[in-house]
Design a protein around this ligand. Structure first.
Ligand code: NAP
Ligand code: MG
Length: 324
């Protein structure tokens, strides 16, 4: 674990550019600016985000100018567009000793990014939380945990520069955990697909439906199976699983152990292992790239179905009535 260790201002010697001004790009660029780093934001021509970035005090360049003037790039555009972005704007303009830093290893590990053959640095710096939290915890001085990886240290300075950059965006206060591109990518995909956004949410929806099928009201079911989740996650975030167990009633704790024992089995572990195989082999990445090529057909279909389902309609109605 790398913690703050004296003042490391090495990043001030580099011409830093944040590529993208979205979930991660905007908070990182603003944190850098507030920390006194003269960072540029690189946006595609005609970008709808350019005026906001300028209004917020940042210098905006298009990819062609940015590649010429800057030498330390943080790639914060969506994973699925990075490979094409590099083909269109980066490879033919690369200069020796430039540094490219990613917040997720997807395109490098699975997406066909061919950066390794160039005489450049390749690194990873990934905040363990959404951009919004990175900004909030920077402003409160608390910082967010992060992970870093050095894939290719061509300049011999990448490690030092990554740590320095991490300090200025608010990723060093808590400590940086060192990993590899592959470990970060596989664990990140597995975590989001299974526990964060996939199965947990599915169990919330299934338990909502089970109550409604039995005739209980949708509002009541929503409170019990979805809404209260935030309080539980907050307890885990603050004091871990142990703190959460202490804060809930013994009835809740005992019932939870019993339900898990009787509703899950070893088959589930095997299926999780197989799902992990699919991520490690690149099968998931292939399916995601194919889906992107089809205009994200399935993704939009699923999003719409959820929105139109009973749980989606209940949620909207409760929000409109001001219950949530
Ligand atoms: P995002 O919000 O979707 O990125 C939006 C930005 O990317 C916008 O500035 C947009 O440009 C630009 N962009 C989109 N498509 C583009 C294209 N084809 N060519 C050029 N620019 C394009 O992405 P994100 O969620 O911040 O994710 C960025 C990276 O951070 C990813 O590698 C992701 O895995 C990683 N990450 C994200 C989070 C998070 O908080 N979401 C957390 C950890 C790691 P315009 O302004 O011109 O539309
Ligand atoms: Mg993640």
């Amino acid at each position: 674990m790398i913690k703050i260790d004296g003042k490391n201002e090495s990043i001030k010697k580099r011409k830093v550019a944040v590529i993208g001004y979205g979930n991660q790009g905007r908070p990182q660029a603003l944190n850098l600016k507030d920390g006194g780093i003269d960072a540029t934001v690189i946006l595609r021509k005609g970008s709808p985000s350019a005026s906001l970035a300028v209004k917020e005090g940042l210098r905006v360049l298009n990819p062609e100018e940015g590649m010429k003037k800057c030498d330390f790039f943080i790639v914060l555009i969506p994973d699925e567009v990075q490979t094409d972005f590099f083909k269109e704007h980066v490879y033919h303009r690369i200069r020796e000793e430039q540094s490219f830093v990613f917040a997720h290893g997807f395109s490098y590990v699975f997406g066909g990014l061919e950066l390794k053959k160039y005489p450049v640095d390749i690194g990873l710096l990934s905040p363990k939380g959404p951009g919004k939290a990175l900004r909030e915890r920077f402003l409160s001085g608390e910082g967010l945990p992060g992970v870093m990886a050095v894939e290719k240290d061509f300049t011999g300075l990448l490690r030092e520069n990554l740590i320095s950059y991490a300090f200025y965006v608010g990723l060093l206060q808590k400590g940086l955990f060192e990993t590899t591109f592959r470990e970060e990518t596989v664990c990140d995909l597995f975590g989001e697909q299974i526990s964060l956004c996939g199965l947990t949410v599915d169990v919330m929806k299934r338990s909502f439906s089970a109550l409604v099928r039995r005739g209980y009201s949708a509002e009541m079911a929503y409170f019990e199976t979805v809404f209260e989740m935030k309080a539980i996650v907050d307890l885990i975030y603050k004091d871990g699983l142990e703190g959460m167990r202490k804060a809930i009633s013994d009835t809740a704790e005992f019932g939870a152990y019993l339900a898990v024992e009787e509703l899950t089995d070893k088959k589930m572990d095997r299926r999780l292992d197989q799902w992990l195989d699919g991520i490690e082999s690149g099968d998931f990445a292939r399916r995601w790239i194919e889906e992107y090529g089809k205009g994200k057909e399935k993704l939009y279909f699923e999003r719409k179905s959820e929105k139109e389902s009973l749980i989606g309609r209940t949620e909207r109605a409760m929000k409109e009535k001001g219950y949530l």
